[in-house]
Structures are given as C-alpha cells and as structure tokens.
Design a binder for this molecule. Structure first.
Ligand SMILES: [Zn+2]
Length: 483
C-alpha cells in the first residue's frame, strides 16, 4: 500500500472527542484554608496576609473546618462517597505565586470520590489552597529594563475544592451544558460565588480524540482556565479540530498544556504537561488527616437543599412540565421559586400555562433579574394566566399587562379595566371582522383563490382596530367562517 493510500484511509476516519473536566471552586468561607486571614474581595494588594499564608518559616497551618464542611457538602451533592480518612499532600513546584514552594493539596486519598452529576461521572473531589495572584505590570513596570510582575498574596491560601470528572464528555457543547448544571448546583449549595469572570469558578478541560469504535484513550492535552461557558465551548472545539488535523496529516498529539486566546481563537502551548511524579507529592507532615465524624457527615447531609437536577425531575414528574421547561425553571431557582409561589396562590392553576409564561414572557421582560426584585407578584401572574385561559384577555394584551405588572406592580384585572385591554366580546369582534373583510376585499378574494397568506392582511386590520384585545385564533376562526 502506498503512502497516498494510507493518507486517504486516515483522512476518511471519523474521530470521537473524549473530554474530562477539572473544576476549581473557591469556597465562600470567611477565612482562608489554613490560616485566620479573611478572604479578599478586591482589597488593596497584600493586606490579607499573615506569616502562614506567606509561607514564612516556622509557621503551622490549621485546617479550616468550614471548608471541610463545604467540601463534604459538594462531595455528597455530587453523589460521591466521603473518605473515612483523607490526607493532605504537598504538591511541590517553584513559581512566584507559591511562597512555600509547594501547594497543600490532596493526592492519593481525596476527600470524596466516585460520584455522578447528570450523565457525567465524578472521579474525585478534593480540598486544596489557591495560589497567589500574579499582576503583570507590563511595559510601565520595568525593572532593569525587563517587564516586571508583582505578586498579590491576598488570594493565596483561599480554600478551593477541585472537582475532577471521568472522561465522559463527548462534545464541547456537552461540556458547557454540564458545567452550567454544576454551577447552578454549587450555587444552590451556597458554598461559592461561582463567578467565572472573577475566578471563583475555573474550568480546565482535558481533550483527546480517538477513532470511532476505539476504546483506548488518545493522548490528551489540557486547556487551562476557561473563564466563560462560551470560551470553554470555543476552546474545546478549536482543540478538537487541531488534533483531528494533526492525526489526519499523520502526525501525533503531544501531551501539553495549552492556552486558548478567545480574541484570536488561537491555541498556544504553555508548557509540556507535567506528570504527577514531577510534583514530588509527599504527605503534609504539619496537618492531621481529615477524618469526618458521623456528626460532621450528618451536618453536611442535612445542609443539602433540593438540587437543580432533582428539582427538574420533580417539576417534570409532578407538574407534567416539558423537560426543557422544567430544566430552565430548576436551573434558575429564582424562576422555579416564582412558579411554585404562583401555583400555591391558586390550587386550580394550570402549572404548564404558568410555567410557559414564566420562562417565556416573564424572562423576556426581566432578563437575568430575580423576579422577586421586580414589582410583579407571583399571585398576579397566576391571575393573569387564568384570565388568558378564560378568554377575558387576549394573549397580546396580556403581554402588555405583564410588562406593566413588572414595572409598576398591581392587579391584572384592574390594569385590564383601566387600560381597556379586556378581550373584545364576540358581537363586537364579529362587527370588526365584517368591516375588515369589506375594507380588504382584494385580500379576501386572494384567500378564496387559495392564497392563504393573504389572511394576514385581514387579521392585521382586526388587530389594529382592537389594539390587541382580540385573540388571534378566534379572529382567524371568524374570518374563515365568513369566507
Ligand atoms: Zn494568612
């Protein structure tokens, strides 16, 4: 077989991406992981430090009990088994953001392992400390002619939980979708701000590809610190494309850490990926193992709220909502809460109708805002949806009423009266339809001749005349009745 034939065979191969995610979550404890310094929220650089988190000789770390509690909550929420006794290790590497010369992390026995969130298995959940932050001064901060960087140690020692998935993700879109689920789950737990812009939720992706049908894993590369869902998706897609091209050309993928530049879409190597032994992990001699007591486990278990995945399932099962609607309401707990309050106000309310108004028209009005921060009351939305169902207000007029409810509050029935937005009654409507058909005789002829689109002209005339107080379906029925 000639080289050309081999090349053709390679080019025809279909590849499957295999993706695993590593997520770092900054915990919202009051103090740092191993010292009493308060966490920093944009304070002056190097004002939240002490000898422990600056790594001065002779200091001793002490484990933050609240961080362990949050870590256990996360592990349990992800369906993991907490280890009876997990230990801290020193992960050694030299970098200016690490004053001790090592990071305290966990290695062979993590806090919790073997869980699942949605359709992705969780490999492990462990505790560690964050590194300090490097501030690159650029050309303005030259020292001896070289561009200087400064270190802000405020972030150093912030408690982190690292979550590592199994390589179960098969596309960039699935990675972003799953990260959204993880983020709302963590937010619901109240253990972190989960703000990707500010770095309290950071995601790395391990990406490899393999021929479809192959079961062994290809060589993976690591994409570091994707700080938005969109960048994660774009970065992973770019890396899959890069690896495919490499393999199709007969090349090989080398194990390395890559940086994705969202502005240019380019991937550039940061460093060749370290193996675990490069870090010379060894047990941290200054810390006792984390051995959760039955009481600690129970406290973590009872602190778990209903999680988004569970809520979506319940909304689907008990209220008969469409899976997508249920997910949208569960993933934004403020919307889910609003729906459930609206339903509580009226035992005969139609969950599906109200849910559709919440994820549709209400979100169109309020965007990302919490409906509880707007003027519209859940009971008011329930009453409005009921009026639509009974035909006392038409859909388009109801949208107008909702906009008023969001801006000013009030009761839908009163707004409908005040603004004369009530549905036109059938006699009134019949008269308006007759008039519109007379005024648009051309269009009526076209409809009769089989051009169904011409009905738009007649309907438009009726809608203008009634100022949206007529139900579109009803108007169409009346027109057809008269053809
Ligand atoms: Zn400190």
């Amino acid at each position: 077989m000639g080289a050309g034939r081999v090349g053709d065979a390679l080019a025809e191969r279909a590849y499957e991406p295999v993706i695993g995610l590593e997520i770092h979550v900054q915990l919202s404890t009051r103090t740092k992981m191993f010292c009493g310094c308060e966490l920093s929220f944009g304070e002056e650089p190097n004002t939240r430090t002490c000898p422990v988190c600056l790594g001065l000789p002779g200091t001793l770390p002490v484990t933050n009990a609240q961080a362990v509690h949050f870590g256990l909550m996360i592990g349990m929420a992800l369906g993991c088994d907490p280890a009876p006794r997990s230990i801290f290790h020193r992960k050694n590497y030299f970098y200016p953001d690490l004053p001790k010369g090592y990071q305290i992390s966990q290695y062979d026995i993590p806090l919790a392992r073997d869980g699942r969130l949605g359709d992705i298995r969780i490999h492990r959940v462990h505790l560690e400390e964050d590194a300090a932050k490097l501030v690159h001064a650029g050309a303005s901060g030259r020292i001896h002619g070289a561009e200087a960087s400064a270190v802000d140690f405020n972030r150093g020692g912030t408690p982190l939980v690292e979550i590592v998935t199994e390589p179960d993700v098969r596309s960039a879109a699935q990675a972003a979708e799953w990260l959204r689920l993880l983020r709302v789950t963590l937010r619901q737990l109240g253990v972190s701000d989960v703000n990707m812009d500010e770095g309290s939720l950071r995601c790395d992706a391990n990406v490899s590809i393999r021929p479809v049908g192959e079961t062994t894993l290809g060589t993976k590369t690591e994409l570091k610190n994707m700080n938005s869902f969109r960048f994660l998706e774009r970065g992973v897609n770019a890396e899959i494309a890069r690896q495919e091209e490499l393999l199709r050309e007969g090349g090989t993928v080398s194990q390395e850490t890559l940086h994705f530049d969202p502005r240019t879409g380019a991937l550039s190597p940061l460093r060749s990926k370290e193996e675990a032994h490069d870090y010379r992990y060894f047990p941290e001699p200054d810390l006792v193992p984390v051995a959760p007591t039955e009481e600690m486990l129970e406290r973590a278990r009872s602190a778990l709220p209903e999680l988004p995945a569970e809520r979506a399932e319940r909304l689907e099962r008990d209220m008969g909502l469409a899976p997508d609607t249920a997910r949208r309401l569960a993933f934004r707990s403020d919307l889910g809460d609003f729906l459930e309050e609206a339903l509580a106000a009226d035992s005969e309310a139609d969950p599906e109708a109200i849910a559709n108004w919440v994820v549709g028209e209400l979100v169109a009005n309020i965007g990302d805002a919490d409906p509880a921060d707007t003027k519209v009351e859940p009971q008011a939305l329930a009453a409005l949806v009921k009026m639509v169902g009974e035909g006392t207000v038409a859909g388009s007029a109801a949208k107008e009423v909702l906009a008023i409810l969001v801006a000013d509050g009030g009761h839908p029935a009163e707004i409908v009266n005040e603004k004369s937005l009530g549905a036109a009654d059938s006699d009134e409507l019949a008269g308006i339809v007759d008039q519109a058909m007379t005024d648009n005789a051309d269009a009526v002829e076209k409809i009769r001749a089989g051009n169904d689109k011409a009905i738009g002209a007649v309907m438009g005339a009726v809608m203008r005349e009634t100022k949206g107080r007529a139900d579109g379906g009803e108007v169409q029925r009346l027109i057809r009745e008269r053809l």
